[in-house]
Design a protein around this ligand. Sequence first.
Ligand code: SF4
Length: 325
Amino acid sequence: MFSGGLDSILAVKLMQEQNVEVQAVNFSIDFCACIMQDGENVATKAAKALDVPIRVVDITEEYISVLKNPSHGYGANINPCIDCKIFMLKKAKEMMAEFGASFIITGEVLGERPMSQRLDALNIITRDSGLKGFLLRPLSAKLLEPTVPEKDGAVDRERLLAISGRSRKPQFTLAEQYGIKQYPNPAGGCLLTDPGFTKRVKDLIQHNELSPQNLKFLTVGRHFRISSAAKLAVGRDQDENEALQEMAGKTDIMFKLKDYQGPLAVLRGGGDENTIALAAGVAAYHTKFRNEPLLNVYYWQAGSADKKTISVKPATIEDVERLRL
Ligand code: SF4
C-alpha cells in the first residue's frame, strides 16, 4: 500500500533488495489536495522511480462513511487514521487475488505517529483489516510479531529493520544510502490533519452536508456559514477564482463586483433575498472597496448568463468574523 512518501518508498526498496516482486496500490481521496506534484500523482511518480507497477484507486465516495463515523475515533483533528488505514487495507486485501499477491507491505513505522502507529493501534489495524500474519511492515518488522512470509522464508526477517519513534533520521540516512533524493514532505499529506480544514468539515457534518463535492469545495477559498442551509466561498486570488468557477454546480449562485475588480464568490445551498444580500455583503467586504457605503454586486446562477444586480453595504468585520469557518 503505497503513498509515495519516503517510508513507503523505503518499504518497497527493502522488498526489492530481497527480490520480492512488488505491485504498488495507492488509494486517493479527492479532497486531499496535496497528492499532486508537478501535475503528477506523487505515488505514481515515486512508483515510476522505483520501477514498480502502480494501481491508483479513487475511494472518495466510499470514504465519506469512514469520515462520518469512525469506530476508532479521530486523531487531534478530524483525521480518522485507524479506521482510514483499516478501510484502505481491506480494499488492498480484496485486490490481492487479482495481483497474485501473497502478502501486503506498508511503510508504517512503530511509534512514528501518535494515533495510528502506536503498537496497540498497529495491532488493531492488522486485526480489523483481516490481515493477521499477512501485513508486513518492513521498516519496523523486527520489533513486531513475525508474519507468515517471514516464517515461511519468502522474506528474510534478518534483513528487515527495527526503526521506531518519531525521529525520521534513520529514514533520511537510508534514503541517502539508496540515493533517493526526491520524496514529498512527510507532514504534507492529509488535509484531515489540518485544524482549519477540520473546522470546516465539522461544520459540514453538523449541517448534514458531508459529500465528496462539498468536501472538495472546502479546499478552495475563504469559507462562511451564511445560513443553516447555505455556505459561501470567496476566492483569495485568480487561481482560486478559477477553481471555484470550475467547481460550481448548476444550483450554486456566483457573485462578483459590478463596477470594480474583485474576487469571485460562490454561494452553495441557495436562499432568500436576505441570504443573497448577506452573501453579497461578505463578498463585497473582501475587496479594496469595503469602506464604500454601497457596492453593486452581480449575482447569477452558475452556468447561466442571466446576471442580476444587488446594491449592498459591505459586511462589517464583526459579521465576517462571526460567519467565518
Ligand atoms: S493522515 Fe489522513 S490519509 Fe493518513 S491515515 Fe490519517 S486520515 Fe488517513
